[in-house]
Design a binder for this molecule. Structure first.
Ligand code: SIN
Length: 354
């Protein structure tokens, strides 16, 4: 009996010492602000087993309380920036996010930021923030493919991983990152590749740059293409209009001509193969270029570079190429570039630098 009481006493003492150690460590933990925007990670459905759900319904405080382990990794604060499915992501929310993150780092109110986001346009938000956050502190995007109410939901683990990446000093200076499904990606390169799978995020050209496993982050690669030149959006309230046109066999020039009439500032052409077009679309894009619209050739293949002067005489037509950016990422760089210049050589340089 005495032995049992003694053991209980030692156990209680150990717990108390552990609690004290944890409290002491709390002071030293990095400060991570979580900016919530909605998406499936904040989605709720009526059944644990059915696929139907509504994105962006669970507010940030409930999201954070669902993963108590994040509080052991960082001093967490949360803010609701938006509560939308990311198919409704907009330039307005991007500007709000970029301004908020820059302010957080300027005021030194956090050491890192995690953004909870829908997966549909996460790659676009990541690219936008990569180009507009002026600090090299960690910014990590995270989402989920299954809503928080699903039996095998992936959001809680992804959120824990994202906070782990954000809190890791090795994440500094790597540009904006995406943490999904145990992998870390450079936001510049990552893309959503499958409609419903939890392993949907891939960097088709270069692969993930790190792995998250057993409570640790290990980085293996770092891009040399992260922007040396950032875009200052502190005063911006909108961006120049750039639209995307998709290439396909027997495509007509109707969409290009409609955009010329709309007086857009830029067109990204998601061409076939190496950014190719048929003759009628080529003529329409040439008309657009002559009207002062910057035409950027990207491609619909999902990987690889769109290269200058292969089958298209870009110099003669006044076109620029997207290099390895897919159409939706090229659109973002073109909008930001057009905010500063319409000089095609400078814009092309931006594509080769980023
Ligand atoms: C969304 O992008 O908001 C819906 C899909 C998702 O988050 O997985």
């Amino acid at each position: 009996m005495k032995k049992r009481i003694l053991m209980l006493f030692v156990f209680a003492l150990t717990l108390q010492m552990q609690a004290q150690t944890n409290t002491g460590n709390t002071e030293k933990l990095p400060r991570v602000t979580i900016l919530a925007t909605g998406g499936t990670i904040a989605g709720a459905g009526e059944s644990e087993t059915k696929a139907a759900y509504t994105a962006g319904t669970v507010p940030v405080d409930i999201l954070l309380n669902a993963v108590p382990q994040i509080h052991e990794l960082a001093k967490i604060s949360g803010e609701q920036i938006a509560q939308i499915g990311s198919q409704d992501m907009s330039v307005e929310v991007w500007l709000k996010l970029a301004k908020r993150i820059n302010r957080i780092f300027e005021e030194d109110s956090a050491d890192a930021v995690v953004i909870t986001h829908g997966t549909d346009t996460m790659e676009e938000t990541g690219t936008f923030l990569d180009l507009t956050v002026m600090f090299d502190k960690p910014v990590v995007l995270v989402g989920a493919m299954r809503p928080s109410t699903a039996m095998s939901q992936d959001g809680n683990k992804n959120l824990l991983d994202a906070v782990m990446v954000a809190a890791d000093p090795a994440s500094q200076g790597k540009g904006v990152l995406v943490a999904m499904n145990g992998l870390v990606f450079d936001a510049r390169d990552v893309t959503k590749t499958v409609t419903t799978s939890t392993s949907t995020f891939q960097s088709r050209n270069f692969g993930p740059i790190g792995l998250i496993y057993d409570g640790k982050v290990n980085f293996y690669y770092q891009s040399t293409r992260n922007p040396s030149q950032k875009f200052d959006v502190s005063k911006a309230t909108s961006l120049p209009q750039v639209e995307i046109i998709y290439g396909y066999a027997d495509a007509s020039p109707v969409p290009v001509d409609a955009l010329i009439k709309t007086k857009v500032k830029g067109i990204v052409y998601a061409g076939m193969g190496n950014g190719n077009f048929n003759a009628p679309v080529g003529k329409a894009l040439e008309r657009a270029s002559k009207e002062g619209i910057v035409v950027c050739r990207s491609n619909r293949t999902g990987a690889g570079r769109t290269t200058l002067y292969n089958e298209v005489d870009d110099a003669a037509l006044g076109f620029v190429v997207a290099d390895d950016l897919n159409p939706q990422k090229a659109r973002i760089l073109l909008m930001l570039s057009l905010m500063e210049t319409s000089n095609r050589t400078s814009i092309q340089n931006n594509f080769f630098k980023y």
